[in-house]
Structures are given as structure tokens and as C-alpha cells.
Design a binder for this molecule. Structure first.
Ligand SMILES: [Zn+2]
Length: 277
């Protein structure tokens, strides 16, 4: 099965989930992104256009949906992966792994969801979107996520051996966007450890033996007590690479004109097929 059909306009309201307010612990938010005197309870999150508690609730609800999708996929014979893409409170795409059903190792849930979201939104850039996944995306999924300029990535379990964040420096690598800003977006905000205990339970239920094997080898990260949030790199007003290219442009034009004049003065003779030499 490919991606499930997107839901219509799911909007999260804090008042519907009063218990989650109590669960919200500001210590879960990295101190380095908290300026002095910051009142994050009421500050609107620039990415989600929600208050922090509302954004946190959305994160919880979307991760719950990822767990459901992972269970659904496992029943179909897939590994228990699930991914959801949300833009400003609206579910755009959701997917299970389709590797077994399509005999295609590239059909990871995150890639299926990314592709579906771009089709639904009819655009390549997903800078206003959050990618939720039960497990940290692998490098294969992380590269297209960076190319699609995904704004946030949230996952339950880390992947220290195969992850595009913990193991391979794809999701947080700013060299990609600094040197190739035409192709890659800035590193997204990362939220890790969301509902990780429940995610572990999904994997354990799927296959207790394989789960124990993977845990022993350190393939999947342990459950975190609280979600961790890693702020996105601030998006620069000016790209230094673009600025350097702009400043270099006149010099390039002069050198091109110089080369052209030299080529004109010493024109390469055309080959004459009738010539003996
Ligand atoms: Zn992947």
C-alpha cells in the first residue's frame, strides 16, 4: 500500500487535551534556545505558528499517529515504521513502509510521505512542514528531506547505527546549505524522544526477539525520559556563498571578455577537408 489518504484539516486545540498541559515540562526544551526572560508558554512558534504547548500537543498527536501507522504496516508484513507530514496543523501525508509490498528498498515510510506531501501541495519545498517518524530517518530519507527544505523533523527512537542525525551528519550538516544553498535548506529543527517508550513497545510487540537483538546491538536508541528539542540553525539574511558569487561576477565577466578577445586574435583555423595537411 502506498501512503494513506491525507486527513482533512486536523487542527489541534489545547483545550481538548488538558492532561497534556501538565505533561509539558519546559526542561524538555533545550536551554540554549531560551533567551533570558523568554516566556515560551505564550510565545508563538515561528515554524508551527502555534504556541509552544499547542505545538507540543501536535507533536504528541502526530507521533501517536506514527505509532498507529507502524502497527498497521507491521500487520501487512512491513517493518514497523510510520511517518506523517504536517503543515501548520494540517496533516498533508502519512505512510507506512512499503519495502516488502513493493519489493523496493527505497520505499521507506519517510520517503513515501515526502513524495506524497509534495504531490498534495504541488510544490517541492516543504519548509513549513514537520516530518514525524517513529524512528530517526536514515540518510537515504534525510537527504531528500534537506532538499525539500523540511522545517522540522520529530522522531521517537534514535538510530545510532543508521540514523541521518545520530550517526550520519545529514540532518544537522550546515555545510550542505552553506555551500549549496540552491539545493539544500538549512538544517531543520529536531525533536527527538517523543513517546519513545510507546514506540519501543510497538517494536517489542512486533517481534520481541528481534527487538532484543536490535537493542543489544545498539541499533535503536533507548527511550528518553523527556523529548529533546534541538533548534534549527538560524536562517541567514544573506547567503555568504551567494554574496561571494555576486561579487565575483564582474571579475568573471572581465576574464571572459579577455579570453574572448584572445581567442579572436588567435582564431583556431577551421579544418579544411580538402587540405592535405
Ligand atoms: Zn529511510
Amino acid at each position: 500500500m502506498a501512503a494513506a489518504s491525507p486527513k482533512d484539516f486536523l487542527v489541534i486545540h489545547l483545550s481538548d487535551h488538558p492532561s497534556a498541559i501538565n505533561e509539558l515540562d519546559e526542561s524538555a526544551v533545550s536551554k540554549r534556545e531560551q533567551p533570558e526572560g523568554d516566556c515560551s508558554q505564550i510565545r508563538m512558534d515561528q515554524m508551527t505558528l502555534m504556541s509552544r504547548p499547542e505545538a507540543y500537543l501536535q507533536d504528541l498527536q502526530m507521533m501517536e499517529r506514527c505509532l498507529e501507522l507502524a502497527q498497521y504496516g507491521a500487520k501487512k508484513g512491513e517493518l514497523p515504521f510510520g511517518a506523517v507530514i504536517v503543515s501548520r496543523g494540517h496533516v498533508i501525508a502519512e505512510a507506512t513502509n512499503c519495502v516488502s509490498s513493493e519489493s523496493d528498498v527505497t520505499r521507506h515510510a519517510e520517503l513515501v510521505a515526502l513524495s506524497e506531501a509534495q504531490k498534495v501541495l504541488k510544490r517541492k519545498r516543504l519548509q513549513d512542514c514537520t516530518l514525524y517518524s517513529i524512528v530517526e530517518p536514515c540518510p537515504m530519507c534525510s537527504f531528500p528531506a534537506r532538499e525539500a527544505r523540511i522545517g522540522r523533523v520529530a522522531f521517537a527512537l534514535s538510530s545510532p547505527v543508521m540514523g541521518g542525525y545520530s550517526k550520519w551528519d545529514v540532518l544537522k550538516d550546515d555545510d550542505l546549505s552553506n555551500k549549496l544553498p540552491e539545493v539544500f535548506g538549512q538544517p531543520p529543527e529536531i525533536v527527538s524522544g517523543l513517546l519513545s517508550a510507546q514506540a519501543e513497545q510497538v517494536w517489542r510487540q512486533w517481534n520481541p526477539l528481534v527487538w532484543r537483538f536490535m537493542k543489544r546491538r545498539g541499533c535503536i536508541g533507548s527511550a528518553a525520559d523527556l523529548p529533546e528539542r534541538h533548534a534549527a540553525v538560524p536562517r541567514p539574511m544573506i547567503s555568504w556563498t551567494a554574496l561571494a558569487a555576486f561579487l565575483a561576477a564582474p571579475a568573471l565577466l572581465v576574464s571572459k571578455a579577455f579570453l574572448h578577445s584572445r581567442a579572436g586574435s588567435r582564431a583556431i583555423p577551421k579544418l579544411d577537408p580538402e587540405s592535405d595537411s
